[in-house]
Design a protein around this ligand. Structure first.
Ligand code: UDP
Ligand code: MG
Length: 320
């Protein structure tokens, strides 16, 4: 039993050289207090800094450290997915590399897991040291997502969570390319609960989620779980056509039975622009879905690994 890994902790990292040493130290300290063997899986998502060398140096002195090194940047959600593919533990924890999620909370998660919960997610009571813009967009996003989807995705939770082996195995079977991991976990179900925590300031460095990544992340979340944007197109089209038809009747009536005739070049141009704008917007919405269907159909692997470290040869064979 002693040899079996009980807890796997997945740490996705992208250019985190300024924090990763502290993260490792804190995680080690916390996990040494847990009641079983553990592994710390650092997934390097194409960092261009010294993150990899640092992890290699931890791994040289600590057999609980693993490194999965991607061939390039594949994205946070894919990095988490790779970590789960390699994780061996009975419980799998995902935590950000920047110490915004306090590692100590993992012990609370483990306690809930022992009570029989299969998913324990961290709920952020407060977000410290993040810009007002980030807080507001996050607030709006989680609420929009909830109103758009039928899946019960809890408000204000990130990917910081513990999942049971069963959940991890089911998740690994979901092969979709544009992954929104926290949504998939809600979709899977099982017994879920939360632990509350205060989201700290980033320990060092800056956010690896610029606006562009945030938008594509949000679109993935919505399109993976909802057709509502497509339905909006249908409803909008229906009501606009109905309105136009009624208006047409009014104009015809005026022309045939009264002395007033509608004139107005300006109105025509304005309406044209408006309707063309709406049409283009809706085409874009359809495009978002088609693009994702295209991604699925190509059947490329989710990620490419340059090398793994911290596994004996046999162990890394098994992980594939
Ligand atoms: N991350 C990653 N790949 C990316 C972007 C981010 O692996 O392309 C990692 C990053 O190193 C961190 C986690 O994902 O461990 C969350 O990123 P970040 O803290 O920058 O996001 P924020 O907390 O600002 O939303
Ligand atoms: Mg962060």
């Amino acid at each position: 039993m002693e040899n079996k890994v009980k807890y796997s902790v997945i740490v996705p990292m992208y250019n985190e050289e300024e924090v990763i040493e502290h993260t490792y130290g804190r995680l080690k300290e916390v996990m040494d207090r847990a009641d079983g063997r553990y592994e710390l899986i650092f997934v390097n998502d194409g960092s261009k800094d010294r993150s990899v060398e640092l992890v290699k140096s931890f791994s040289a002195n600590d057999q609980n450290v693993r490194l999965i090194d991607f061939s390039r940047n594949f994205g946070h959600q894919i990095a988490i997915t790779a970590g789960m593919d390699y994780a061996k533990g009975d419980a799998v924890v995902v935590i950000d590399a920047d110490l915004q999620d306090p590692p100590e909370v993992i012990l609370d998660m483990i306690a809930k897991w022992k009570d029989g919960y299969e998913v324990v997610y961290g709920r952020r009571l407060k977000r410290k040291g993040e810009t007002l813009f980030k807080k507001l967009t996050a607030l709006a996003f989680y609420r929009l997502l909830r109103s758009m989807t039928n899946v019960d995705i809890p408000l204000d939770t990130g990917d910081f969570r513990l999942i049971d082996r069963k959940v991890c195995d089911v998740l690994r079977g979901l092969k979709e390319k544009n992954r929104f991991v926290r949504g998939l976990i809600s979709w899977i179900g099982f017994k879920q609960t939360s632990v509350e925590y205060v989201r700290e300031e980033r320990f060092a460095g800056e956010t690896k989620y610029p606006l562009k990544k945030m938008i594509s992340f949000a679109l993935d979340g919505i399109t993976s779980f909802s057709y509502k944007p497509l339905k909006i197109a249908t409803y909008l089209g229906f009501f606009l056509s109905l309105g136009s038809f009624i208006y047409l009747l009014v104009v015809l009536y005026q022309r045939l039975f009264t002395d007033t005739t509608e004139t107005g070049w300006t109105t025509i141009v304005a309406l044209n622009l408006l309707f063309n704008g709406i049409i283009l917007l809706l085409l874009g919405v359809i495009g978002e879905y088609i693009g994702r269907i295209y991604d699925e159909s190509k059947n490329r692997p989710l990620y490419i690994v340059r090398e793994v470290e911290g596994y004996s040869e046999q162990a890394s064979e098994e992980a594939r």
